[in-house]
Design a protein around this ligand. Structure first.
Ligand code: URA
Ligand code: SF4
Length: 226
């Protein structure tokens, strides 16, 4: 069967075990051209978990998520919103870098639905080891993974949402040893908040306005946790 599910150790009960197993994932074709799997990192007891799109060029080389320019901007926004950047967990909807070679450069390519679906079992398995109060969905790809294809970040950003029914369809999460509510079985359900991706801030015509919008959305999270 395609997808990451068969690479997930059924008995895994730590993020480190999942991370180790993910190095060998071949659940879609993206492992072939990328350097390595880039798994989530951060505070396992974080109250806020961030889900991005996929590793970028630098993340692919270093093997860690959000270590490039988008990650730097995100941590600054987290800090400016009154959240502690030392107590978050960061991961991606897709764990291998998808790119296209142009000359000597590797150009980011947005993952397709097939990659998002293939990789989602890792995300669900991570959630099962975490107990976030809020999951922050960064941009359209993460929104597709967690809120379904009809969700529009531009329309629904900055709102705290209950864990969505879209994320609970059993056909999407078959055989995943969790209760599919975005948190460990013994933790209360997480809420979800979508906002723009930090890379979209870097690409924006008016970066200051885009940045302030990101911080405003994240401030909704910090107020909810205060
Ligand atoms: N963008 C992402 O979505 N994730 C990363 O890890 C880096 C950049
Ligand atoms: Fe596995 Fe995800 Fe990498 Fe595809 S992108 S090979 S599903 S870890």
């Amino acid at each position: 069967a395609p997808g990451a599910q068969r690479f997930i150790p059924p008995q895994a009960d730590t993020l480190d075990e999942l991370r180790a197993a993910a190095t060998g994932c071949r659940g879609c074709e993206l492992y072939r051209d990328a350097t390595q799997t880039v798994f989530g990192r951060g505070d396992a007891s974080a109250r806020v978990v961030f889900v991005g799109e996929q590793p970028g060029d630098i993340e692919d080389q270093k093997g860690l998520p959000f270590v490039g320019p988008a990650g730097r901007l995100l941590r600054k926004a987290v800090d400016d919103a009154g959240l502690d950047p030392a107590h978050i967990y960061l991961t991606n909807a897709v764990k291998h870098f998808r790119f296209e070679v142009r000359g000597k450069r590797r150009i980011h390519q947005t993952p397709d639905r097939v990659h998002i679906t293939a990789c989602r079992p890792w995300l669900v398995a991570e959630f099962a080891q975490l107990a976030p109060e809020v999951i922050v969905v960064l941009g359209a790809t993460a929104a597709k993974a967690l809120l379904g294809p009809t969700f529009r970040v531009t329309r629904q950003r900055g709102e705290l949402l209950p864990w969505p029914a879209a994320a609970q369809r059993p056909e999407d999460f078959h055989q995943v040893p969790v209760d599919n509510t975005g948190h460990a079985a013994d933790a209360p359900p997480a809420q979800l908040l979508a906002t723009i991706h930090p890379s979209a801030v870097l690409r924006a015509d008016n970066q200051d306005v885009a940045y302030d919008g990101l911080v405003a959305d994240l401030t909704v999270v910090s107020r909810a946790l205060a």
